[in-house]
Design a protein around this ligand. Structure first.
Ligand code: ATP
Ligand code: LTN
Length: 335
């Protein structure tokens, strides 16, 4: 708890441009939860270097991501929006937690398996211990709740195991976090291959809607989305994964249930449906584009936010880290 509020932590990697999947699966929920909780929203740039990054690009993407958090509706005066790399406690706690995590546990992580298959020439130790750094992120702020997409549930389960293990040895040090999954949009699939999730690191730009895409691009990408040879608009993930994904997107954007969407497009063809989905997404993203452009032009404001919030994050993170260091037996600092 901070004051009378429960704590929320979440983060996104500064790799690639954010997609509609990131927005519907994560950002949208973040905004909805931001009044109720004391929130920490991190740009997790330490995690980004588990795959090779161009330094100038990474810096730019990290700043854009931070601005997108704000453009999407998070008030940076109320929510602690900061760069993970500015708070060194994350690395220090991750090391300690590494010593409480088993190789077998990390070996089971599907993201590790996927990413090592994708980057077979660079299966580094960071990629392997990635979930421990994520556990450190969450546990440093004593988070009660962590909003994530479905793909991150396994990491969250591991975080809970590590925290429970640590607590059973040293007493109640960490709050055990609960995942928060939004109702709709928890797993948006690729527009080109609906068996894969929409991902910002996909090489095919037509597979994802980027939050920075303009209206024409958005509509064009939806027009090209892979569907099937039938023509009915019906939710059936097994038989009609492409159409079901579009229904999921339309439902998440408009707040309509699957049944309502099916009804709305009864007797209509894929062309009409795809256009409606494209327009609803373009309308959703319009205000975000305007706000992002404003923020991009206000360097001093953004720099101020970065400074203020990294100090706030550091204050809370240090509190937990000092407690942990004491528990494991490191000598006290002499002042
Ligand atoms: P990468 O391709 O670099 O792995 P990503 O697009 O998978 O990136 P992350 O940075 O791993 O995105 O995820 C940020 C947040 O967005 C997480 O909470 C994640 O669960 C959520 N998320 C990512 N992709 C989707 C998706 N397709 N549908 C719903 N939520 C998603
Ligand atoms: N692993 C997450 C990003 C992430 C995160 C976190 C999410 C890093 N640390 C802490 C929630 C809480 C991802 O790839 N989406």
């Amino acid at each position: 708890m901070i004051g009378d509020k429960k704590v929320l932590f979440s983060g996104m990697q500064a790799t690639g441009s954010l997609t509609l999947g990131n927005y519907l699966g994560a950002l949208k929920n973040w905004v909805a939860l931001s009044e109720e909780y004391e929130c920490f929203y991190s740009v997790v740039d330490l995690h980004s270097i588990t795959v090779r990054q161009d330094p100038a690009e990474l810096r730019k993407k990290a700043r854009n991501l931070l601005m997108l958090y704000i453009a999407a509706g998070l008030d940076p005066k109320k929510n602690c929006i900061y760069y993970q790399s500015h708070v060194s406690c994350h690395c220090e706690l991750a090391w300690i937690l590494d010593c409480f995590t088993y190789m077998g546990e990390l070996n089971r992580m599907t993201q590790f398996k996927d990413k090592s298959a994708k980057h077979a020439d660079n299966i580094n130790a960071g990629l392997f211990t990635y979930p421990v750094l994520m556990a450190a992120d969450i546990l440093l702020y004593q988070a009660d709740v962590v909003p994530v997409g479905k793909d991150q549930l396994q990491h969250l389960e591991l975080t809970r195991d590590i925290a429970g293990r640590f607590n059973s040895i040293y007493g109640d040090v960490f709050t055990i976090p609960e995942p928060y999954l939004g109702k709709a949009g928890a797993k948006i699939m690729s527009l080109q291959d609906p068996s894969k999730k929409m991902s910002k690191s996909d090489e095919n730009p037509n597979a994802s809607i980027y939050l920075t895409d303009d209206r024409d691009t958005i509509i064009r990408k939806f027009k090209r989305a892979v569907t099937d040879s039938e023509s009915s608009i019906r939710y059936d993930v097994d038989q009609k994964p492409g159409v079901s994904n579009l229904i999921e997107i339309y439902g998440a954007v408009t707040g309509k249930s699957f049944e309502e969407v099916e009804k709305e497009f009864e007797g209509k063809g894929y062309g009409d449906f795809k256009l409606a989905v494209g327009e609803s997404v373009a309308d959703l993203l319009d205000p975000l584009h305007t706000r992002f452009a404003e923020l991009s032009g206000d360097k001093a404001y953004i720099d101020g936010i970065i400074k203020e919030n990294s100090e706030k994050a550091e204050y809370y993170a240090t509190k937990t880290l000092r407690k942990v260091q004491k528990k494991v037996g490191f000598p006290e600092r002499i002042r």
